[in-house]
Design a protein around this ligand. Sequence first.
Ligand SMILES: Nc1ncnc2c1ncn2[C@@H]1O[C@H](COP(=O)(O)OP(=O)(O)OP(=O)(O)O)[C@@H](O)[C@H]1O
Ligand SMILES: [Mg+2]
Length: 264
Amino acid sequence: MPSPDATPLPGTPLDVTPLLETRGVTVRFGGHVAVDDVSLTVHAGTVTGLIGPNGAGKTTLFNTVTGLQKPTAGRVLIDGQDVTRTAPYKRARTGLARTFQRMELFLSLSVRDNLRVAGDIHGNGTRGAGTRRRRELEAETDRLLALTGLTDVAHMDVSDIPTGRARVVEVARALMTAPRVLLLDEPASGQTEQETADFAELLVRLAGEGLGICLVEHDLPLVMRVCSRIHVLDFGSLIASGTPVEIRNDPAVVAAYIGTEEVA
Ligand SMILES: Nc1ncnc2c1ncn2[C@@H]1O[C@H](COP(=O)(O)OP(=O)(O)OP(=O)(O)O)[C@@H](O)[C@H]1O
Ligand SMILES: [Mg+2]
């Protein structure tokens, strides 16, 4: 018999089980409520936005989803499975990957080696493993370098490439773990206009291959362009969920976040 956890929230698209779901997640730091009763979903094959002002609780929610932060209340489900009490490394094995707002790359390693390390960890270490597995990992590294447009800088140390491209290295590295759900925390920060345009194409392509992507980003034109749904946090609470057009025209969102900024 399916567990009650497998039941999606009513009203989710097509009532398909979401790849990622938070149910009533609350995180308190002492008397401060950083995340307040947040229920949201991310579906396979979509880019879902998570936006809101500085300090709204976006990174804290990501930390809760990945298991770095214990929620005060609420549950986290991955593909219908309750993982609220599951260790972070085990959640990663269910197909959850992320990037960090402050990049966590190995700066003195090459771009290629940053991907290799992630592949090694994901494969539980390939030292002593067969040459076949090693060849598969190299092929996957090459494929992802090409897919993310990093082949030309693959040999360079991460410290020697522009920030905007290092952001893409973080995404490529996360992809080495073959995730089904990818959480991106301000991935376009530090990118040039052209890098962001390329990045938008990459996100749409990855979603097209079935990945569920949750995008935290202050670059609203990017969010509006690539997301099919957007959730908006303000002071820890979800104040709106909807399509880009709905979000852009939501008076509460405009008042709390978008303001009078022109959103293309
Ligand atoms: N470890 C912590 N201890 C205490 N307070 C924290 C901790 N982490 C975050 N906070 C607070 O929780 C709130 C939410 O922070 P969070 O970093 O999740 O916001 P955010 O939406 O990611 O903001 P930004 O857009 O600036 O990255 C803020 O008020 C922050 O100061
Ligand atoms: Mg943040």
